[in-house]
Design a binder for this molecule. Structure first.
Ligand SMILES: [Zn+2]
Length: 326
């Protein structure tokens, strides 16, 4: 029996593969085609699936993040404006804030305009972020090592980073430590049952359901205070409070998720017989474009100002199928 330390629960248990494999090509979260495979494993204790971490995977991910540019503020109001307004509504006392993975710094920018936000720090693996964030008045420190942070915070924000963290157990332990006794964690992460393409995103490390995330975070003394998942389409949005008593039981996620992915793959495979127009060139649009290039007649996206026609593959008479990916 092959036993390993599980990066999700931190315990030693048998490693079991998540066996659904599709022939579809993977994509990075900055829309690049990835020519490598990824194997998923199961943490049976918390019903999470997670990617096998190898030196090769780490290298590919470093390459992805090295020149990562964010254009996630195309649709107004952006996700970050909605999150910032919710923070304004929910928290009135003076606060020091830490954002994990600040992206293009839009959320930090929004928060710095609120009177009760005293200072904002960030943690990112990419040092270059400092140059953009440095211009924000209340922004103080950019940390590239969580273990070198000795402050405590009233609010930690994780927007689109939870599923990317490859040492989830260790990281969540540390994040819980960084929170003040009655501190809050605001977590925003894609809902895998709605945003199905995340399964094919190379730099995603772990996947599970909302209920299991809530139950998992209980072990770090973080308990659900508000479920704000109505706020953002296809996203799980949760506020946790440290040392707050509200325990939630996890659920069977893995078998249900396998069914979801089998039907998603079969739905997508039907595109092979179609002449498609992809409307919306976000993650899903790019994923489909990468996999079915020969079937794509047109790609368009009004926010990204994309409109391209690929005529040469097609005879005049074939019927167009419009695939909306918003
Ligand atoms: Zn485990």
């Amino acid at each position: 029996m092959n036993k390993n330390y599980c990066p999700i629960c931190g315990r030693q248990h048998k490693t079991k593969k998540f066996t659904f494999n599709s022939k579809l090509k993977l994509i990075s979260s900055n829309f690049k085609k990835i020519n490598n495979k990824k194997n998923y494993y199961v943490c049976k204790n918390f019903e999470f699936i997670y990617a096998k971490q190898t030196a090769k995977r780490r290298k590919i991910i470093n390459d992805i993040y090295k020149d990562f540019t964010f254009k996630n503020n195309l649709i107004k109001p952006s996700r970050e404006i909605i999150i910032a307004n919710e923070i304004k509504k929910k928290f009135r006392k003076n606060m020091s804030v830490l954002e994990i993975g600040p992206g293009n710094g839009e959320l930090i920018n929004c928060l710095s305009k609120f009177k009760n936000i005293i200072n904002i720090d960030a943690y990112d693996i990419n040092k270059n972020k400092f140059f953009t964030l440095n211009k924000v008045k209340k922004f103080k420190n950019l940390f590239i090592n969580l273990n070198k942070i000795y402050h405590k915070y009233d609010l930690v924000i994780m927007n689109q980073v939870f599923f990317h963290l490859d040492k989830l157990d260790k990281t969540m332990n540390k994040i819980s430590e960084l929170l003040d006794d009655n501190g809050h964690l605001f977590l925003i992460t894609p809902n895998p049952f709605k945003h199905k393409v995340i399964y094919y995103v190379y730099d995603i490390f772990s996947i599970s359901s909302k209920k299991n995330i809530i139950s998992y975070l209980n072990r770090y003394n973080l308990n659900l205070k508000n479920d704000l998942s109505y706020l953002l389409k296809n996203q799980i949005s949760l506020i946790f409070k440290k040392n707050f008593s509200n325990r939630v039981r996890g659920e069977k996620f893995i078998s249900k998720y396998k069914k979801t992915q089998i039907s998603f793959a079969s739905e997508i495979s039907k595109l092979r017989h179609k002449k498609i127009t992809i409307n919306g060139m976000g993650l899903k649009g790019n994923f489909i474009f990468n996999n079915y290039k020969k079937n794509v007649f047109q790609i368009k996206d009004e926010f990204r100002k994309i409109n391209k026609v690929f005529k040469k593959n097609f005879k005049k008479k074939s019927k167009l199928f419009e695939l909306k990916t918003y």
